[in-house]
Design a protein around this ligand. Sequence first.
Ligand code: UDX
Length: 425
Amino acid sequence: MDVCIVGTGYVGLSTAVGFAGHGHRVTCVDIDPRRVNDINSGRCPIFEPGMDGSMKSSVGKNLLKATLDLKAAMASSEAVFISVPTPCDDDGRMDTKFIDKASKDIAGNLSGYKVIIVKSTVVPGTTENIVKKNLEAAGKELGTDFGLCMNPEFLREGHALEDFLRPDRIVIGSTDKKAGDLVQKLYDGFNAPVLRTDIKTAEMIKYASNGFLATKITFANEIGNICKPLGIDVYKVMEGVGLDSRIGPKFLRAGCGFGGSCFPKDVQALLSKGREAGYEPKLLETVLETNAKQRKLMVHHLKSKMDLKGKRIAVLGLAFNPDTDDVRESAAIDTVQGLLEHGANVIVYDPKAMENFRKVFPGIKYASSSREALNGADACVIATDWEEFKRLEAKDFKEMKNSIVIEGRRTLDRNKVKSFEGVCW
Ligand code: UDX
């Protein structure tokens, strides 16, 4: 099938590369000429495992290309995906400006029946109140000129392509059967249950999923905070809890709080939408508050051990997740901010995310390895569980002035490194 994908962020690119790998002819559209150029040269503009090779292969087979020209891209496509960002505005509500612009542009270039599919995470009502309205305002008729679907993504950064290709489920919300059937056909060959719903339900499934996962993590963190002073290992506790098939073992890794481009903004947007609907979502509010506190806990523990003023503190791990260079809402941001506020000299290291972190904190020291960061440090905190840090051994820490190590993620190998403390274990 011929597919057009508007927006080439993590979601757009994973979708494009995933569908091209399944033999569809995909054209990506973006407003950034550099991105377009990168894609056409077979270079993935973001760091994401597996993407480079798959992108190169699909570009080589003429199954994947990119353009600035929406009209040309749409002309040959049966399906047009919208995968533009949906950030939060200053009031915590979802900002619809990119969805609004993309759907107006699509409406202006629509000729012949096409199915328009929203892949961006949008609060319930957005697809019908913004996308559908913009298409109708341009004189297009639902069912005749266009079909409308909402097909949420469930991709973790660092595993985005793998998650796209091997999903737990495929959710397709549609206004009518014809449009939904076309989207379902795109996923022929995927080994996952397909759930067909109306549009608003599909939109809500995405928020409810992220809200639940964020709550699950926060629950593990809260139990960890109770376990720590009692001398109980929360990881063993969660192993026992997760073996209950009603609960499951995933997303129970306690630590320094969730971050990233999705959980914080999606829980906030769901909270705002609930309030707008006349309901006060207390649980979601508490999840955000508890998580904000959790992200400050590493500095709190360090402060209880030493006066941080003038101390050299090494921060290992700046990305919000391993295998990504994305630092949005990463725990390292709160940690470095807190350390600086207490007058510490901060030196940081991350295998991939230093360039992005430098944009947030240009004035701190950047080391070229963990060893360099740890050399002469009064203390160290670990904020991302990169594989590289899992291989650290006692000898890597021996040049530290004091062997104070606070783990924000369960990273170090307990057989190799003895002297450390978990943020909530
Ligand atoms: C998330 C959802 O998982 C994905 O389905 C959705 O579509 C987008 O948002 P993402 O934010 O990219 O994906 O990564 P994820 O692996 O879910 O991690 C989010 C945050 O939660 C990270 O900061 C991670 O460290 C934290 N986390 C995750 C925990 O603290 N404990 C866990 O057990 C799991």
